[in-house]
Design a protein around this ligand. Structure first.
Ligand code: GLN
Length: 237
């Protein structure tokens, strides 16, 4: 169980869901907290284990269809993530993890599979696999710079009135309707791998600030130079 003082980061089901280096999201949160003198404690919750309710920031990654279905079943049965979010915890859910947070998603044959209903979204199989670089402009209400990442998914995601799109797609497919990801309260869902928080440190800081309050600024110039290089390469006509 997390101690009272440290910021607790909970990495859900690394044995089922963690493609394209999604675990890097955990490392980025740890590192950006520690660089500011915020102590962290990370809990890796394997799928046979209960999800603790008292964590601060929860992360779940992407994956193949079968482990995605297993993860949804186990999370629903467990209930710990629902209770944590009800207590105000933050969550970053990536790709398969994002789809799981909705009411339904497409299984191996495209059949509808029940999600866990934490976000007002539903996903299904799209017309073609979306693979490649994704660039998106974030909802102005969040005040974040352009998002960049890598996507690889069959699913498309429909947003209900209970969530807002995280961003507008500039390049790539994202949700499949011109938007990418969504958010509601302290829950963020996205198709971005990369890992997403390494490629978008401002998104990491948004999650941290939701639980740790106002953050001191960091010298991100080396990362920012890389980001700009990647953005200009990807957006080249
Ligand atoms: N299995 C899901 C899909 O193809 C998610 C894929 C992923 O997480 N990369 O849509």
């Amino acid at each position: 169980m997390p101690s009272d003082s440290a910021l607790s980061i909970v990495w859900i089901y690394p044995d089922l869901l963690s493609t394209y280096g999604d675990q890097g999201n955990v490392l980025v949160l740890e590192q950006r907290a520690r660089r500011r003198g915020i102590e962290t404690e990370t809990i890796h919750v394997r799928s046979a284990d209960p999800v603790p309710e008292t964590g601060d920031i929860y992360l779940i990654g992407g994956g193949e269809d079968r482990p995605q279905i297993l993860a949804a079943e186990r999370l629903r049965r467990d209930g710990g993530l629902h209770r944590a979010i009800a207590r105000g915890a933050a969550l970053l859910a990536v790709c398969a993890g994002y789809q799981i947070m909705g009411s339904t998603f497409g299984g191996e044959e495209g059949q509808p599979v029940g999600g866990i209903g934490l976000l007002d979204i539903s996903s299904s199989r799209g017309p073609a696999r979306a693979v490649g670089e994704l660039v998106a402009e974030v909802d102005a209400a969040l005040g974040l710079p352009t998002l960049t990442g890598f996507e690889n998914h069959m699913g498309v995601t429909h947003l209900g009135p209970g969530v807002r799109p995280l961003s507008k797609t500039v390049k790539g497919v994202g949700n499949g309707d011109g938007f990418e990801g969504c958010y509601a309260g302290h829950v963020v869902g996205t198709y971005l791998h990369g890992p997403a928080l390494a490629r978008n440190p401002a998104l990491a800081d948004l999650l941290l600030s939701w639980r740790a309050g106002q953050l001191t600024s960091l010298d991100d110039s080396p990362y920012e130079a890389l980001r700009q290089e990647r953005l200009s390469t990807v957006l080249q006509p």
